[in-house]
Design a protein around this ligand. Sequence first.
Ligand SMILES: [Zn+2]
Length: 212
Amino acid sequence: MLLSEVRNEVVQVCREMAAAGLVAGTSGNVSARIGDLVAVSPSGVDYGGLTAGLVGVHKLDGTPVEAELRPTSEMPLHLAVYAATEAKAIVHTHPVAATALTTVADELPAIHYQVAMFGGPVAVAPYATYGSDELARNVTTALRRRTACLMANHGAVTTGRTLREALTGTRYLEWLCEVYLRAVAVGQPRLLPPEEIELVAVKLADYGRRPV
Ligand SMILES: [Zn+2]
């Protein structure tokens, strides 16, 4: 089987995002890029029954190379992000706090230094119908100089150098959105200045390179 290792990782990350409550039912989707190929979760398959063989392998233009099922309906989004960024993995979810935030705000501001892991405040991409090229364009624009974006009245996207990194990003993003919603429920949050976020981004990058 082509790219069996990464297809297994896609299955694992899909199961973890479902178990963590980051999606409901079969919503959400996951992909990883290996060179000129993309391994992507299929459309509408229950994560409990997902196997590596059901994770399709496609070219960067979407042409199937080894795919039993139709790819996720958000395939245009995944392909557009790979074309426009350095991302090697994408996780798209509908987490409760992040999705709630997208219905009332245009960005997740710098309420906590942890936004630096995404490059700074996280934008909410304007709404467009799921699976549409317009949504793919909106998300790609919102991801400029960032590894996360929110999607108005829809959900969240995080990218990474690995699937694990993209999934971890989603967990942090959801936590930040939860903190933000709790803060704005009781007052006007204090924000960190851009220069502090830049400083923390450098520290986090350094931390990432340190042997553990
Ligand atoms: Zn979605």
